[in-house]
Design a binder for this molecule. Structure first.
Ligand code: NAD
Length: 346
């Protein structure tokens, strides 16, 4: 059997650093050997874009194990991976709510070597809290929070033993700052952030890095599924005033926010690739600089009143100003995209 490109690069690493024959599996790579990247939720969105971005890395620095819950949905990834498929990218099944499925997948990786874990699989949820069932909330936490915990329990001990590794977690700006009608989703991302902040202290001692990626809105299936669910939500237990805010304000502006401020999955994948490649990866990384002022408010006032009042005023008192700001941003984004396309033309 012919060695694949990754094996050849690893072999080169051994020739280059003959004193470190361990460079093939588990030893220091000095950027020479391929890193095994285990990625979750790769049938769509950010996971798919990142899997493709890493698998097509020009310097062939990664061997991507792209996982998805349902392998019947592999077609989009196979198509975009193109010639990288079964060379620098392989597709495997993994449901992050099942310990058995996670174990089976990790056991299938040679030496169980996961150099980089990207915890990306996630679910969204919007709406007044009284319209959502506790079962649905538990299901969301089972994926967004306990899915992360299960994966970490599976790969972190090996990383500690090898004294290297990188755990990258797809969080959100809503893991830093709550947003109206995103109560449960935001809570799940806060949980992930708290978990990682605690774990990072131990990880540092073992030479393992942890990074939280915090995107703002990203235009993916995520958004479509949210609106689909909102359209058939049972709102019978919700009072009229709350309904008016949810349907009249939140739903109307949320779509506008995604259109104006939303990033593409490719943009988020590019930012995440930078974090993975960084010599000293940051613990937190926001992909959309337009959201930095929102999260900075929180740190400016330890009582927490500053962001709360700012959001309250923006939603309930200055909604016209908010609308005008969105229109201005829309125009600026349009001009930016237009300039980019002009620059691209020959
Ligand atoms: P997406 O819906 O396209 O991707 C989520 C993926 O997770 C899907 O492929 C889905 O099948 C998978 N998934 C769900 N439950 C799973 C399970 N039990 N096991 C394995 N896979 C499962 O949406 P996306 O925007 O690409 O979301 C990716 C991550 O980014 C999520 O964690 C999400 O919370 C986060 N995020 C998204 C946005 C956004 O606006 N889209 C913003 C910030 C953060």
């Amino acid at each position: 059997m012919e060695p694949d490109v990754c094996q050849l690069v690893e072999l080169l690493g051994v020739l280059w650093y003959p004193e470190e024959t361990s460079a093939v599996i588990g030893g220091p790579d000095r950027g020479m050997s391929c890193r095994n990247v285990l990625l979750t939720g790769c049938s769509s969105g950010i996971g798919l874009a990142l899997a493709v971005r890493l698998a097509k890395d020009e310097l062939k620095r990664f061997r991507v194990i792209a996982t998805m819950r349902n392998l019947d949905k592999r077609e989009a990834l196979e198509k975009q991976a193109g010639p990288a498929l079964d060379k620098t990218l392989e597709i495997r099944q993994m449901d992050v709510t099942s310990e058995e499925s996670i174990r089976r997948c990790v056991e299938g990786i040679p030496q169980r070597r996961v150099d980089v874990l990207v915890n990306n699989a996630g679910l969204g949820m919007i709406g007044p809290v009284e319209s959502q069932s506790v079962a649905a909330m538990k299901n969301l936490f089972d994926t967004n929070f306990f899915g992360l915990v299960r994966l970490v329990r599976e790969v972190f001990p090996d990383m500690k033993r090898r004294r290297r590794g990188h755990i990258v977690v797809m969080s959100s700006v809503l893991g830093l700052q709550g947003l109206i009608f995103n109560d449960i989703y935001s809570a799940s991302k806060f949980a992930a952030e708290g978990f990682c902040e605690s774990l990072a202290l131990q990880a540092l001692k073992f030479g393992v890095n942890i990074s939280l990626i915090e995107p703002g809105p990203v235009v993916t299936e995520f958004e479509r599924k949210l609106y689909e669910e909102a359209a058939c939500m049972d709102l019978s237990a919700v009072d009229q005033e709350t309904l008016d805010i949810f349907q009249g304000f939140y739903m109307a502006y949320s779509k506008e926010v995604f259109t104006v401020l939303g990033q593409s999955p490719d943009e988020v994948a590019e930012h995440t690739a930078k974090v993975i490649l960084a010599e000293k990866p940051p613990f937190r990384y926001q992909t959309n600089s337009l959201y930095t002022p929102m999260t900075t408010l929180k740190h400016a006032d330890p009582t927490g009143n500053l962001p709360l009042n700012a959001f309250h005023q923006m939603i309930f008192q200055h909604d016209r100003l908010f609308k005008a700001s969105l229109s201005l941003l829309k125009m600026l984004q349009w001009r930016k995209r237009r300039d980019v396309s002009y620059n691209k033309s020959p």
